[in-house]
Ligand binder design. Sequence first.
Ligand SMILES: C[S@@+](CC[C@H](N)C(=O)[O-])C[C@H]1O[C@@H](n2cnc3c(N)ncnc32)[C@H](O)[C@@H]1O
Length: 303
Amino acid sequence: MDFSTPELDKLAANVIPGDYFQLSAEDARDRYFADTRMLDGKQLAHNRFRTNPRSMVDHLLGQLALSGDEHLLDLGCGNGFVLEQLRPHLADGRIVGLDIAPGVLAAARQRMTGVATPCEWIEGSADDLGMLADESFDRITAIYMMHYVPDIDACLREAARVLRSGGRFILTTDRPDSMVEMFDVHFTAMKRMKAPPHLFKASPKARISLTNGQEQLAAHFGEVEMHTWQDQLRFAAVQPFLDFYAAHNYCCAASQPGDGLEPGFFTELRERVGDHVQHVIDQHGYFAVTKFTGSFVCGEPLR
Ligand SMILES: C[S@@+](CC[C@H](N)C(=O)[O-])C[C@H]1O[C@@H](n2cnc3c(N)ncnc32)[C@H](O)[C@@H]1O
């Protein structure tokens, strides 16, 4: 599926800032992933409103090439949404889920209660895997999480250390211009509100994206292959879009008035974004959000 058009490219060149937000580990743990609400909302929307019949997990399964008895480590496992779907493909294997946020980790544990595949849950930051033995996993996944990790290079080094020879490390991320239509309405509304300049930054995913990830990974893996796919979310009602928009960290709707903004700022921002999106829905039947996403599949860990 190819959703790219010259118009979208042009929009991205005008809309996506070069500078990006960076979240602290404390923000990730205590604010955005303190409970599962933000994550549940995003996962639901990505699945419910997609037009690509192949889901992210379908793509992932192709890249994991599981035979059923592998030991899998999932870094930033969140609420276990992905692990639940991988688990039937690991009937004779073993799963370790690691996450910095105890709230979402508890949800993952609960979700997997009673499954016969042995599961272990570790609370910690993915850049310190000191509790795990060298060469102890056949597969390691890092799904839309690496941009939160304080020390990305240390995390990749650790992943290479705990991966067995012949194993695969899979890192999933986006292109910086992914979901440009959402960022366009967001930045347009903020410009009209004369928002302060520090809010005009790209998503933290730009720290390790499909554009700059190859180089970072090649320092730790002899083999790095990029696999991309596209999708387009189509929202035919404004409220589900606004819920999705609000779940984006540091996309302003999820920030807090404590950031030096008037308390009414976010209400007005949401209203302006909602009005714009409603207008597009009235004209075209839906509001499209185009995703440029993919994975790096890495082997031959360098130690
Ligand atoms: C966008 S969610 C992705 C969750 C899951 N991988 C998925 O795709 O559904 C990012 C996850 O990374 C976790 N996270 C953030 N910083 C982390 C860190 N330093 N180490 C481990 N996990 C972290 C968050 O708590 C959150 O669960």
